[in-house]
Write a protein that binds this ligand. Structure first.
Ligand SMILES: [Fe+2]
Ligand SMILES: [Fe+2]
Length: 301
């Protein structure tokens, strides 16, 4: 998509783990962004992830005076329930057939928690993926979703594409282990979860690149480097999303922040699974160019 740019991008945080201070917005474990994009093809609206549940999204979108009915396509960053849990509820509100849902083909694989005992308060015992229950593949199809299962980078609009799968060879060495206490069921065995289905969005604005991530299980540095390669622009205006450094040690946090600094990222908007240690370090290094995400936060480019 080299050369194609979007004229205007507005990112609305429909749901995030934090409400913001003194706020009427609701929090929800996970992430959901609504993206208003003005490009050569006119004005389009994308939904990126659907957090854990639809209710906070429906409440917050009303406060933002926006509508889910305008959504042209949905992108799901990966299978975890805090990014896919609200999908069926959102589709019921859109109330239209043939809504493209862009995902990695391995999003339907089964991931389990390593919970060795019963926890009655957990409704999702064992299963960590969100495309089960009312969000299962066939039910989503009957609610109007049309699955686009694509492993490669996928162009959505002029200037907008997914990263596709980020393969191990494309990653910086220290991001090859996604540090998840989860297991995938494969060929009858349990293997350490690889989060192979993790994809992000690259949006090429006239002033540079904006990268939108879910949990960044593929690694925020590797994701950003791939977005730069795909778009052919090395001016990164912003990276926005969860960076999954919540369980990372100081060494991994320092290497990540140093590499983001070397890439001269202009602004960072992060929260969710980034973790307070990494947020503290990002704030130290990026100062006011780092901002904590929260439900209702609106970012304009
Ligand atoms: Fe997450
Ligand atoms: Fe995740």
């Amino acid at each position: 998509m080299s050369g194609e740019t979007v004229k205007k991008l507005t990112v609305y945080t429909l749901a995030e783990d934090y409400t913001g201070y003194d706020s009427l917005f609701w929090a929800s474990f996970g992430i959901s962004f609504l993206l208003r994009i003005e490009s050569g093809g006119g004005k389009k609206t994308l939904l990126f992830d659907t957090a854990s549940d639809p209710e906070p999204i429906l409440h917050n979108i009303r406060l933002l005076e926006l509508s889910l009915e305008d959504i042209d396509a949905i992108v799901l960053s990966h299978r975890h329930f805090d990014h896919t849990g609200g999908l069926a509820g959102v589709l019921r509100e859109i109330h239209r057939m043939d809504i493209p849902i862009i995902v990695h083909p391995r999003i339907f694989d089964v991931t389990v928690n390593d919970v060795p005992y019963l926890e009655p308060h957990r409704s999702r015992l064992f299963l960590n993926e969100g495309l089960s229950g009312e969000n299962r593949k066939d039910n989503i199809t009957s609610l109007g979703g049309r699955w686009f299962c694509v492993k490669d980078p996928f162009p959505i609009l002029p200037g907008v594409m997914t990263t596709g799968e980020i393969e191990d060879e494309e990653k910086v060495s220290y991001e090859r282990d996604p540090h998840l206490n989860l297991f995938d069921i494969k060929d009858g065995g349990l293997i350490k979860a690889s989060a192979v289905d993790d994809i992000s969005l690259c949006i090429n604005t006239s002033g540079g690149l904006v990268v939108i991530t879910g949990c960044s299980h593929a690694g925020i540095v590797s994701i950003t480097k791939k977005a730069i390669r795909l778009t052919g622009t090395d001016t990164v205006r912003a990276i926005i999303g969860g960076f999954h450094l919540i369980n990372a040690n100081d060494e991994l946090i320092d290497r990540t922040v140093k590499d983001l600094e070397e890439m001269r990222i202009e602004r960072i908007f992060s929260g969710h699974c980034t973790g307070s240690n990494a947020e503290y370090r990002l704030r130290q290094v990026f100062g006011e160019r780092f901002e904590r995400l929260h439900s209702g936060k609106t970012i304009e480019f």
